[in-house]
Design a protein around this ligand. Sequence first.
Ligand SMILES: Nc1ncnc2c1ncn2[C@@H]1O[C@H](COP(=O)(O)OP(=O)(O)OP(=O)(O)O)[C@@H](O)[C@H]1O
Length: 410
Amino acid sequence: MHALDVREGALVLGVPDRFFRDWVDDHYRSLLEATLARVGNGLVKVAYEVVEEPSGGPNLLPAPTVKENSARPPRLNARFTFATFVVSDSNQLPAAAAQAVSEKPGHNYNPLYIYGGTGLGKTHLLHAVGNHIWEKDGSQRVVYLSSEQFTNEYVESVREHRMADFRRKFREECDVLLIDDIQFLGKREETQKEFFYTFNTLYELNKAIVLTSDTLPSEIPGLEERLRSRFTMGLITDIREPNYETRVAILQKKAEAERLTLPDDVAHFIAKHIQRNVRELEGALVKLSAIHSLSRQPLTVEFAANVLKDILPANRVVDVEAIQREVARYYKVTVEALKEDRRHKALAHARQVAMYLCRKLTKSSFPEIASRFNKDHSTVIASVRKVEGSRETDPTVKRELDDLEEKLGV
Ligand SMILES: Nc1ncnc2c1ncn2[C@@H]1O[C@H](COP(=O)(O)OP(=O)(O)OP(=O)(O)O)[C@@H](O)[C@H]1O
């Protein structure tokens, strides 16, 4: 649904057809109105208007090719498909591998193990595999769940003496097993045992297994050796932070799906300021889109800066502390070490860079900076000059400074 208009005190929602309208009205009217009462600036009612889907336009409803009698497997989100996933250098390999698995489940890369930081698209790819397989062949039994849900189901089955059902579900009635956040299995000894047998059974039957995690199998604390080695039998691939162009592309794709006309300069503005996490990028867009359609203010960079001021990292003030924190993280040293008197070469370089950035990006004077690094002000002046010079002549230093400034959002 999309917010279309405000008429006679009601928020008008665009819906694709009458059936959809009735269903939403039956199930969600009270939730919608309660929410409006909280955030709707005086609006309390909802109204609906049926709007035609433009042909070939984005379709956020379950794919129409799906046979009516075969329901989408539980927990699979229809929005997370390969079509809505933006592929770039940072995720090209996991995306290609996931696609290969969904073309020939159980034969290509079994198991496929995708790991990486938070909000970078691991869950999205996992759902995309499940959706693709099921849309192609509704008879494929796709089981998707997180390792915590697997643990809970296991514990419940033991408690209720239903282990036979549990084993049937995961070993006999499963063609594709998709497990999110497998790292949580590390802490569960009993569940690991059960998972080990599940894994072996499915593997021997050539059933596809795809796992996601925040880290490599070798770095999951408490994971049994035999599982660790099994996780490495197929393909292990990581998903990294998206670069600038990818962030812009993701924003444009999401905006298109929301039928939001997102001006290029606004997309660039958001991509410049939100760098680490696609989930945050999406959150920013949703917020912008909601306030834009409710307030009807034009979508400009100023509007975006204002609406997003609380969540844009750039608007966290760039002060000496923020610079010390970011520089320490970048060079993998501690903030304390930056302020100490140690002359270790790598540390000295990090310290000089931090002083340079403090001088360039804050209003602090040389003596003020000196006191924050426990140095005298002539040392700060010399450091700043040195880094200024290296920025001109040494491409490595230039790249480091560019990276750091980007991370600080300037
Ligand atoms: N390359 C991409 N293209 C389109 N959307 C993406 C992409 N990467 C991530 N997203 C979106 O970002 C959001 C977060 O992604 P997802 O939930 O898959 O992250 P995750 O890696 O599983 O994170 P976590 O480890 O925190 O669970 C989702 O809405 C997803 O659709």
